[in-house]
Design a binder for this molecule. Structure first.
Ligand SMILES: Cc1cc2nc3c(=O)[nH]c(=O)nc-3n(C[C@H](O)[C@H](O)[C@H](O)COP(=O)(O)OP(=O)(O)OC[C@H]3O[C@@H](n4cnc5c(N)ncnc54)[C@H](O)[C@@H]3O)c2cc1C
Length: 574
């Protein structure tokens, strides 16, 4: 089958904070106005309406206040990341976040909440030594994405919406990237887009867990494509669970969606099935400990069987005054009311929920990767957050590095030509996508998805051990084999959602296998990764991160380029 072919100088996969910032910066940075660059954003959903940046509730971490500093933000990020962060990337994050938030306000027109004196209001988020989270009520992402999308729409930037990237296609010589193969989801046609530079900005997304927060369009496609292209993925065992996912029963997709961290930041209590606070039994910082600690405390409490009717726990805000809760958390109050809960005055059932992947493709400070022509930014990229991402550092990460990638790609393409694609690789990728149409089998996709959810939640979830991980390894290999046997009931390619479900599951199972392999390899506990058979953190001085490439897992030492364990960049720190 010969796919339709398009050419563009810069191809951006995904329209979250990373993708849209990359598009704007590439557009702005182009050096030859006489022959402008062709920039294309290709996205699985609709531009401005999909991905997780739009779902950001809590806000954006940035050191703006006079009493705060980039050094303090940096130290919070490094300590929160349990010393696994790439320190140069983290340093870039905290410094460029200031530039980016000013750009969001002053150039793109975002309007964040303000103090009575006109300064930007910054709220408390867990794991931070200073209240530095900029926000727009509790619907910050909508403000950011709407303004970004308007700016992209108003420029000459091409859009391929409802186009699903399925394979990174290398050049015929195999040493660089030639372009990306897509399925046009509206027609089912294959489209090959040749590009001089490609940004992977598909946003990871741990939707392989029974309870998860990210949007349904995220199924780790970018990570799975990078894996198949032989790129190294780091820190993949580090999956962040947000402590407060809404728990409203199996009949609603609202189950698993997040109730923002600001609730605990503002003083919310977590209660067990007996309606008693319990976090004091797990950590002195109680509900304001970092996400990993709170999620683990909650999971342990759930394992003791002292749970709410749906098998979770409760969050309680009423002691802060229902009026205040209604005013400060309008979106959350309405969301809970939709599911029959009164957040302002009563109790809401919650469960830890898979939220974010700290792991991703290894990359350099200019967002380039080991494959010439491929850049990465946002949640697809690994190394910035180490073992645990601070709430508020996610959208900072995607916008900061999206812009860096846009600048870098505009520079890179200046002396690049289009590369001839490996035709056999295009044919092989199409063959795989077509394969379920050519089989007849009774394997249920629904059943496979439920099994995946359970395996990942029970065996590769908040608390792990060798036996459970080995079981998961076997179960995931079995799921992979089952997927290869699956057939599709409907041969019509246009908007064939079952076909896309199959493709989603393929990506999710491939990436789940990497998470499991990395979790087996890490025989200590730190950040989001907790092994009940290795509950202690090894010597921080010898910190190493997991890196998986072409099926081989290695432990690579962390370079302490700015600060060593036990030291601090803060002048007056002990
Ligand atoms: C509910 C929720 C609340 C959050 N709240 C906060 C918060 O308060 N503060 C914070 O810092 N972080 C928060 N985060 C995390 C934050 O949203 C992410 O860190 C960040 O937005 C990721 O940006 P991104 O650009 O990498 O990905 P996304 O914004 O998720 O965008 C990914 C894009 O890739 C597209 N895509 C996916 N697969 C394909 C494919 N195969 N082909 C083409 N396109 C594809 C998607 O459609 C989407 O457009 C939250 C996340 C969630 C889920």
């Amino acid at each position: 089958m010969v796919p339709k072919t398009l050419d563009t100088d810069i191809l951006i996969l995904g329209s979250g904070g990373a993708g849209l910032f990359a598009a704007l910066h590439a557009h702005q940075a182009q050096r030859r106005p006489a022959s402008p660059l062709s920039i294309t954003v290709a996205v699985k959903g609709l531009l401005g309406k999909c991905g997780c940046t739009r779902m950001v509730q809590g806000g954006y971490n940035v050191a703006l206040a006079r009493e705060d500093s980039v050094e303090r933000h940096f130290m919070d990020t490094i300590v929160g990341g349990a010393w696994l962060c790439d320190q140069e990337l983290a340093w870039k994050l905290v410094n460029l976040a200031i530039e980016r938030i000013r750009e969001l306000e002053n150039e793109l027109g975002c309007f964040f909440d303000r103090n009575p004196d006109g300064t930007v209001h910054q709220k408390a988020f867990a794991g931070q030594t200073f209240d530095r989270t900029v926000h727009k009520g509790d619907l910050t992402g909508i403000e950011i994405i709407n303004r970004l999308a308007e700016q992209v729409w108003s420029r000459k930037i091409n859009r391929l919406e409802e186009h699903r990237a399925v394979e990174l296609i290398k050049s015929s010589s195999g040493d660089s990237l030639a372009g990306v193969l897509f399925i046009d989801m509206r027609t089912g046609e294959y489209v090959f887009v040749r590009a001089k530079a490609v940004l992977l900005g598909t946003g990871g997304g741990p939707t392989m867990y029974k309870y998860h927060t990210p949007s349904g369009d995220k199924s780790c496609d970018g990570l799975a494509m990078a894996l198949r292209a032989g790129l190294p993925l780091r820190d993949m065992e580090m999956v962040q669970f947000h402590p407060t996912g809404l728990l409203a029963g199996t009949h609603t997709r609202m189950t698993g969606t997040v109730l923002e961290e600001g609730l605990r930041g503002a003083g919310g209590y977590l209660l067990n099935g007996s309606k008693e606070r319990f976090m004091q039994n797990y950590d002195p910082k109680v509900e304001r400990a970092t996400r990993d600690v709170v999620s683990r405390g909650m999971y342990a409490e759930m394992m003791r069987g002292n749970t709410s009717p749906h098998g979770g726990l409760y969050i309680s805000m009423a002691h802060l005054g229902p009026e205040r809760v209604r005013r400060d958390f309008k979106g959350m109050v309405e969301r809970c009311a939709d599911c029959g809960f009164d957040l302002a005055g009563g109790l809401v059932e919650v469960v830890p929920t898979a939220h974010y992947m700290m792991g991703g493709v290894e990359f350099r400070g200019d967002c380039s990767t080991a494959l010439p022509g491929l850049f990465v930014a946002g949640e697809d990229a690994g190394g910035v957050h180490g073992a645990n991402r601070l709430g508020g550092n996610g959208v900072a990460n995607s916008t900061v590095f999206g812009a860096v990638a846009g600048d870098a790609m505009a520079q890179w393409v200046l002396d690049q030509d289009f590369r001839q694609p490996d035709r056999a690789a295009i044919d092989a990728a199409i063959e795989v996508c077509e394969s379920p149409f050519k089989r007849k089998s009774s394997v249920s996709l629904e059943g496979l998805r439920e099994t995946l959810y359970d395996v990942m939640w029970d065996k590769v979830g908040i608390i792990r051990d060798a036996a459970g991980l080995a079981e998961a390894e076997r179960a995931l290999a079995g799921l992979d084999a089952e997927l290869e046997r699956c057939s599709l009931p409907d041969a019509n390619r246009a908007f064939n959602l079952t076909w896309h479900d199959w493709l989603n599951l393929r990506s999710l199972v491939a990436v789940s296998r990497v998470i499991t392999a990395a979790a087996i390899a890490r025989t200590d506990s730190r950040g989001a990764h907790f092994r009940s058979d290795f509950p202690h953190t090894g010597p921080l001085e010898q910190s190493a991160f997991t890196s998986l490439q072409n099926g081989k897992l290695t432990m690579k030492p962390v370079a302490f380029t700015r600060v060593r364990p036990g030291e601090s960049l803060l002048k007056n720190a002990a």
